[in-house]
Design a protein around this ligand. Structure first.
Ligand SMILES: Cc1cc2nc3c(=O)[nH]c(=O)nc-3n(C[C@H](O)[C@H](O)[C@H](O)COP(=O)(O)OP(=O)(O)OC[C@H]3O[C@@H](n4cnc5c(N)ncnc54)[C@H](O)[C@@H]3O)c2cc1C
Length: 142
């Protein structure tokens, strides 16, 4: 692979989740990982669609689709995005207009660097996981 002209933008220090005062949305910064999103919302009795692995970034996951354990209830990560702040190739920072936001919900960062997304959040008071050992499942089919 020719790496002469590649550009790496490290967003790991751009983290944070800020819940709106009406508790219907939250702003998630571009470097935030899934576990910070889930834990911050959970402490406030809220949740949103997240992926199944805590150490994966939220914004790449959500903007390229975003399937996870809550998707059967709330939809994909991309369905949650109601606003985004983007840097375009000229270095201008702006709120994504309607068509750009549509593109971001599925095509991710193809159109610029996403600095933050605002997503829908929902009341969440109970989470129940049922773990079945695979040996137990196999015995049902024998
Ligand atoms: C262990 C593991 C488990 C996974 N589990 C799931 C799962 O359960 N469900 C699911 O749907 N997917 C899952 N995935 C896939 C995951 O959603 C994608 O790899 C996703 O792109 C990771 O997001 P990231 O923020 O770490 O992106 P990165 O890997 O950093 O980037 C992925 C792409 O997004 C672009 N990008 C990322 N952030 C920005 C930004 N802020 N602005 C512009 N462009 C950006 C990058 O340029 C790159 O093209 C998993 C991946 C891994 C490694």
């Amino acid at each position: 692979m020719d790496t002469t002209w590649n550009l790496l933008i490290d967003l790991r220090f751009l983290t944070g989740v800020t819940i709106a005062s009406d508790r219907k949305s939250a702003v998630i910064q571009a470097g935030t990982l899934q576990d910070e999103v889930g834990n911050t919302l959970w402490k406030d009795g809220l949740g949103t669609a997240t992926g199944s692995i805590p150490s994966v970034g939220y914004v790449g996951w959500a903007t390229y689709g975003g399937y996870g354990p809550f998707s059967s209830n709330w939809g994909l990560g991309a369905d949650q995005i109601i606003s985004a702040i983007v840097v375009n190739p000229d270095g201008e920072i702006y709120v994504a207009y309607r068509e750009l936001l549509q593109g971001i919900r599925g095509a991710g960062g193809l159109f610029g660097v996403i600095l933050e997304v605002t997503v829908k959040v929902y009341p969440l008071s109970t989470v129940c996981f049922i773990l079945l050992p695979s040996a137990m499942l196999m015995s049902r089919f024998e």
